[in-house]
Design a protein around this ligand. Structure first.
Ligand code: NAG
Ligand code: NAG
Ligand code: NAG
Length: 376
């Protein structure tokens, strides 16, 4: 399964070895917007018996499949100090901070690394965010401390790992105990999932279902998606892109699939390399319903076209907008509880030389670009 940025970058993956043996790239005059955390968020909120489910008492009685779950696209791939502010990063803040801020869908991409399942963006040389197991441990810790919250994970299985391999990692992290297995008779309410303590829905694109790990769900048996390779703010629509086995969004909805609205844009770093479009992010993630490219407008359009709201939404840089506002609008939630706000990632313009850093990130991508130019 190909995931967004990689279709653009795969071409250059073969050049990585060369890139890394090149001398340090200095003096590449460029202006890049990098994230600076302006706020430090405190430790995870502990919501126990607030009477709220997913930040609102009004959502407890609603079906998992009838509310909007706001999601962080490539949630493990950060543009922060841990990656040298990698321009390949899709988020300023990690998955735990995202959960604190109300994000309830965490998407990421996994690859094989020496037999282990590793969170890597396109290739492990470009951006390696560590093992899936460590990431799941952090999410499990958050779920332990937030017992009224239903969380969804969506993993792109880039190297076609088996369900049993994922199952081993999920079990080792301990998060498998929260795994929800569909009963075949429609989605339960959030409260039912919370009461049963099966509060984690896991979709993988794609795996062959394995009854020993029945909580690992093959994404396209349950979900359909809109296009994910959007390169212009006027390019968002509500047309079904995957799975191709469904002829249209309405056919997919009739078959019981839940809609996932991709809402992130790419921009060109070079003629061949696309990176997350951060310069338009204030518009892209805006709750506005009258601005081209805005999240609020896209969600409203899809709700109107489909006759049902987007159940899942994926955005880059979730704290911008903030994206969660659009989920609240979709869910008719006016007074969310138990959330921690994350300030909009103040972007500062950093001009001048970019250098390769030991942590990869900017250096790796700029080196990718340089290699593309050198070998073009
Ligand atoms: C996010 O960062 C915080 C602070 O460094 C850390 O405690 C937490 O485990 C991280 N979460 C994930 C999912 O890596
Ligand atoms: C929907 O958007 C995608 C991405 O911008 C585009 O490739 C596709 O042609 C669009 N579909 C329609 C029917 O407009
Ligand atoms: C767009 O919507 C905002 C409120 O969300 C409103 O203040 C503004 O006037 C609207 N602009 C147009 C051109 O309709």
């Amino acid at each position: 399964m190909i995931s967004p940025i990689c279709t653009y970058l795969t071409t250059f993956a073969a050049l990585t070895a060369t890139v890394y043996s090149m001398p340090q790239i200095g003096d590449i005059s460029s202006t890049l917007s990098v994230a600076v955390s302006v706020t430090s968020t405190s430790t995870a909120a502990t919501s126990t018996s607030t009477g709220a489910c997913n930040n609102s008492p009004d959502l407890c009685s609603q079906s998992y499949g009838s509310i909007t779950h706001m999601g962080a696209h490539d949630s493990s791939f950060l543009r922060d100090s841990s990656t040298g502010n990698s321009v390949a990063g899709n988020q300023y803040y990690n998955a735990t901070v995202a959960l604190d801020a109300g994000i309830r869908l965490l998407q990421a991409q996994v690859h094989d690394k020496d037999g282990a399942i590793e969170l890597c963006h396109t290739t492990c040389e470009l951006l390696d965010a560590g093992t899936l197991q460590d990431w799941l441990v952090a999410i499990k810790y958050w779920m332990d401390n937030n017992a009224n919250e239903v969380v969804t994970i969506l993993l792109v299985n880039s190297d076609n790992k088996e369900a049993s391999e994922f199952g081993t990692v999920f079990a080792a992290s301990g998060i498998d105990t929260y795994g929800y297995t569909p009963s075949g008779s429609g989605w339960p309410t959030l409260q039912e999932m919370i009461s049963a303590n099966t509060r984690l829905v896991t979709f993988i694109a794609s795996i062959t279902a394995d009854s020993s790990y029945s909580y690992l769900l093959n994404e396209f048996d349950y979900v359909f998606e809109t296009a994910y390779e959007v390169t212009s703010l006027s390019g968002f629509n509500c047309t079904l892109d995957r799975p191709t086995s469904q002829s249209s969004a309405s056919a997919a909805i009739s078959s019981g699939l839940l809609p996932l609205m991709n809402h992130f844009a790419y921009t060109s770093l070079t003629s061949s390399i696309m990176i997350p479009d951060v310069s338009d992010i204030a518009t892209t993630n805006s709750p506005s319903t009258n601005t081209t490219g805005a999240l609020g407008l896209h969600a409203q359009n899809c709700q109107s076209e489909w006759g049902t709201k987007p159940v899942f939404v994926l955005v880059d840089f979730f704290n911008e907008g903030p994206a969660i506002d659009t989920a609240d609008t979709m869910n008719d939630v006016s007074d969310p509880v138990g959330r921690q706000s994350v300030a909009a990632g103040a972007a500062v313009e950093v001009s001048g030389a970019l250098r390769t850093s030991s942590s990869g990130g900017v250096g790796a991508l700029v080196a990718f670009a340089a290699a593309a130019l050198v070998f073009a």
